[in-house]
Design a protein around this ligand. Structure first.
Ligand SMILES: [Zn+2]
Length: 210
């Protein structure tokens, strides 16, 4: 598989990890998915959805768990979001698939929660939609996370990201992954093709072995 778009909500996207809820999961041939409960929509989340998540997490077309995470501006209380984030960490570690994380103004609580929930066990964490500055990037990188950049990003943060921990994404933006790659290539002083190869290699390393 060649995956270049590590996070999208476009349901027919090829070469991408399509984020869906457990109830939404209806795998199409040749497409790949991340399954999780988005932190914005947790008010109605139930134990039934959690057990459905646990079931579909093992499906071979599910290559990551998420999106999950912490949003300081939207969604239910951080306490509720944290509890569900911990559930997702447990599921991801159980099935040995990476975690796709949503983060808005919550870098430190996110780092603390993940560190506690991981308890020394290995888990690849990809912070998606990275818009933070170089200081925030440094905190997340020090914690061992990968960073994914989309339509809007801080060029200094991008430049501070080691190339083997760099991903790109379309998320829910009305753009193509080629357009994102073009912006990222420009900021990094790389060619478009080299960026596409880099992110595909990174995805193959982190996602393969399902
Ligand atoms: Zn998203």
């Amino acid at each position: 598989m060649t995956i270049t778009d590590i996070h999208t909500h476009h349901l027919d996207a090829a070469h991408a990890v399509i984020a869906v809820s457990p109830q939404q999961f209806a795998p199409q041939p040749g497409l790949y998915y991340a399954v999780g409960l988005h932190p914005w929509w947790l008010d109605d989340a139930t134990p039934v959805q959690l057990s459905l998540l646990e079931q579909v997490a093992t499906h071979p077309q599910v290559v990551a768990i998420g999106e999950t995470g912490l949003d300081g501006l939207r969604g239910p209380s951080l306490e509720v979001q944290r509890r569900w984030l911990e559930h997702h960490v447990r599921v991801a570690i159980n099935v040995q698939k990476p975690l796709v994380v949503h983060m808005v103004r919550t870098a430190q609580p996110l780092i603390d929660t993940l560190r506690r929930a991981m308890a020394g066990r290995h888990l690849d964490v990809i912070v998606h939609g990275m818009r933070g500055n170089a200081q925030v990037a440094a905190m997340l990188l020090k914690a061992g996370f990968c960073l994914s950049y989309g339509q809007h990003f801080n060029p200094q943060a991008l430049l501070a990201t080691p190339r083997d921990r760099l991903f790109i994404e379309t998320d829910d933006a009305p753009i193509t992954i080629q357009q994102v790659a073009k912006e990222v290539a420009h900021a990094l002083g790389m060619s478009h093709d080299d960026v596409m190869t880099l992110v595909a290699d990174n995805a193959a390393r982190v996602l393969v072995g399902q």
